[in-house]
Design a protein around this ligand. Sequence first.
Ligand code: CP
Length: 324
Amino acid sequence: QRHLISAADLTRDDAVLILDTAEEMARVADRPIKKLPTLRGRTVVNLFFEDSTRTRISFEAAEKRLSADVINFSAKGSSVSKGESLKDTAQTLEAMGVDAVVIRHSASGAPYRLATSGWIDAVVINAGDGTHQHPTQALLDAFTLRRRLIGPDAGYGQDLSGKRVTIVGDVLHSRVARSNVDLLHTLGAEVTLVAPPTLLPVGVESWPCEVSYDLDAALPKCDAVMMLRVQRERMNAAFFPTEREYSRRYGLDAQRMARLPEHALVMHPGPMVRGMEITAEVADSGRCTAVEQVANGVSIRMAVLYLLLGGMEPAVTHSRSEEK
Ligand code: CP
């Protein structure tokens, strides 16, 4: 059984295969009928214990484009609010015969637990767990980088060797930063993290990247800058940086954006807090790929579902239960 739990589990060849498959999927999205029959008869459940706009909608779009049967589960309004455990929720889904579970959870490690516990037989795809990992976000970011910096056709089979990416902001709470450092390093890119010392995790020195506190110095040397949201919901209120102080040192405004090389991209995984880490002027400029990243997310999630589920038999719950 294969799962997608962490970007760190992907080899260079795995990652390039996913990016190449996503290129094929992007071509499906350009056709008048945007559907493939690949997952007909397969059931995918989107199990969201934490809020999401982009990831949730793009997984659903990807599943429907591959003709899967889709079940959306939100912890809000479910029996989780009555105290039901992850195990009991998972076993309820298993009883209904799901082939794949796309899970977002506030607890780091929840997707790993689901994949390794034996509670379910389904493929598990991590859609973001706590401050740990968000592998499909890193894949869609790498896809966006490869398409923009190398090209959709020229990019086939290529990694990101020699490309320089600067990731800025609240690294401490960011699963996007962790996943991107892992994947971009695997793909040969050079990553620099820029953050206030209080928003860097303990042990960051051992990550495969550079660390800097000087955004103005880092910008002229990069092919892309990725701005991170300050995740107030994961912070004690006493540690909130003030908007003015944070944006003065670590925010991207038009004046700072001018320090980037002409070809460099401005990326943001979303949701953006305009006025904090990025000004509205930069967010709405032609340099910012935030909306393109969302569109690319559908292609990447189609590719991941296709590669993990495409060759599998549909789940047959009752016969499986009888075998156990
Ligand atoms: N980038 C991202 O994960 O956004 P959502 O939280 O809206 O899914």
